[in-house]
Write a protein that binds this ligand. Structure first.
Ligand SMILES: C[S@@+](CC[C@H](N)C(=O)[O-])C[C@H]1O[C@@H](n2cnc3c(N)ncnc32)[C@H](O)[C@@H]1O
Length: 262
């Protein structure tokens, strides 16, 4: 918990003070959690991935970039400059990352197209990935029936507030004093980016026991992979595929997914 203290205090302040909310993405307290500015160095890598995914999903890149800029409307984020064809986009590197990962998930689990799905996210930061997935699912005619966020209470509350600004409702499951309520439904996709993989092994196991039997597919961006030394034994029981993160944003990062062909 101590690692996240500044982030949580920052979110709580931004919930109480609209002026602080209006700048919440420029504050160092958030940068330290989501690496807003640091991710600028990967902007071309994210863009290359976005181009590849869009080609495979038959999506128009300009439409995707333009519509996803909605995630930069609130909170005054740092904006990177990217070129695509003859257009220049000013878009936050974090939004680029959310587009890349969102498209990648939907490409891997391509059979979601034209379906209604339920999504579970563990460790949601400020909620930006939910917003971007909403735009992408809309473009792919995927209906999000239910979206549930698991995180600490103040983070869940902040995500709800952030997403309310764009008329998105999310369900929350709060992790408090080492516990969360049981899941009450089955999900098509569970994902956790830079969150589950950085938790202590016992907390990972706690979540794996409570979540994995209730989900069809999973997508996990693990940081500190080598620091933990190996994939959690409980996770190995689900026969994950261990892949490289592209672009590699941390030398120890791995992408761990369920077998997409299942
Ligand atoms: C590094 S941030 C990543 C945020 C977001 N997924 C992203 O990619 O921008 C890690 C997230 O995990 C959450 N987290 C930390 N410990 C947690 C726990 N025990 N249970 C649930 N979420 C946790 C943090 O509050 C934070 O939202």
């Amino acid at each position: 918990m101590a690692l996240y203290e500044r982030f949580y205090n920052h979110l709580t302040k931004c919930l109480q003070d609209r002026d602080a909310f209006n700048h919440f993405k420029s504050a160092d307290d958030l940068d330290y959690m989501t690496e807003h500015r640091g991710l600028d160095q990967f902007k071309d890598g994210f863009l290359q991935q976005i181009l590849t995914h869009c080609r495979m999903l038959n999506l128009n890149v300009d439409t995707v970039l333009t519509r996803c800029q909605i995630n930069d409307r609130d909170g005054a984020p740092f904006l990177s400059t990217i070129q695509y064809h003859d257009r220049t986009y000013h878009i936050s590197p974090n939004t680029l990352r959310y587009i890349d990962k969102g498209l990648h998930m939907l490409l891997l689990f391509n059979h979601f197209r034209n379906q209604s799905i339920k999504i579970l996210e563990l460790g949601a930061g400020y909620g930006g990935q939910r917003l971007i997935l909403g735009v992408l699912c809309d473009l792919l005619q995927i209906k999000i029936d239910l979206y549930t966020i698991i995180d600490y209470p103040q983070v869940c509350q902040f995500c709800q507030y952030y997403l309310k600004q764009v008329d998105i409702d999310v369900d929350i499951l709060c992790y408090d004093n080492g516990h969360m309520k049981d899941l009450s439904t089955h999900y098509n996709l569970f994902f956790s980016n830079y969150a589950l993989g950085e938790l202590p092994q016992d907390v990972q196991s706690y979540y794996i026991h409570r979540i994995f039997n209730n989900v069809d597919h999973f997508y996990l961006l693990y940081n500190n992979f080598l620091e933990h030394g190996r994939v959690n034994d409980d996770l190995l029981k689900y026969h994950p595929l261990i892949l490289q993160e592209i672009p590699l944003t941390g030398s120890d990062n791995k992408l761990i997914i369920s077998d997409a062909s299942l």
